[in-house]
Design a protein around this ligand. Structure first.
Ligand code: GAR
Length: 198
């Protein structure tokens, strides 16, 4: 069966995007064929170049007016992954890719999610609240920030000397360990369902 084409949306550093590209470069299930970025200065664009994965930068208007959706269609994208993408995905993309679009959030949702909660802001809030645990949530995307149905969560402990930076490092380690495999499992399930329905 053909490999599913994945598009990864990222806004900044892109360490998850790179990790996902590397994982799927050695996979029979899928391949990352496009990186999409809303920030022309983002480090993820250097990573894409080094990895030889085509990257496209778009602006807010192109995200909203259907240009980005057309790009997904024209490139035969079958699955969409958000990895540190900080803008809201328009409903038209969410609906077209229902059950084929996932996000990772660096906390145990529903805690510390929602508009404006991303990256280090999440870890600072978790630290300030003296939480004993944090972790990652991988979920399907719906029309509301961080509210789509949860596919997977994994926790890490927060200990006495932890800081927002050390919490971030623990959470990133979980992301690298789990996100590619969860994406792989979701895509494999989709492929099985498609094969059964043929
Ligand atoms: C990741 O920790 C990801 O979970 C988070 O941004 C970071 C991006 O790191 N995403 C969100 O906060 C979304 N609300 P990266 O650019 O190095 O992959």
């Amino acid at each position: 069966m053909d490999k599913i084409k994945i598009a990864v949306f990222a806004s900044g550093n892109g360490s998850n995007a790179e990790n996902i590209c590397k994982y799927f470069a050695a996979s029979g299930t899928a391949e990352v064929s496009l990186i999409l970025c809303n920030n022309p200065g983002a480090y993820v664009l250097h990573r894409a170049e080094n990895l030889n994965v085509p990257a496209v930068v778009f602006d807010g208007k192109q995200l909203e007016d259907g240009t980005v959706l057309s790009l997904l269609r024209d490139n035969g994208i079958g699955f969409v992954v958000l990895a540190g993408f900080l803008r809201k995905i328009p409903d038209a993309i969410v609906y077209e890719y229902e059950n084929r679009i996932v996000n990772i959030h660096p906390s145990l949702l529903p805690k510390y999610g929602g508009k404006g909660m991303y990256g280090d802001k999440v870890h600072e809030a978790v630290f300030a609240a003296k939480e004993k645990q944090s972790g990652i949530t991988i979920h399907y995307l719906n029309e509301r920030y961080d509210e789509g149905s949860i596919i997977f969560q994994k926790t890490c402990d927060i200990v006495e000397n932890d800081t927002p930076a050390t919490i971030a490092a623990k959470v990133h380690a979980l992301e690298y360990e789990c996100y590619p495999q969860v994406i792989d499992a979701v895509i494999s399930r989709l492929k099985d369902n498609n094969a059964r329905n043929k």
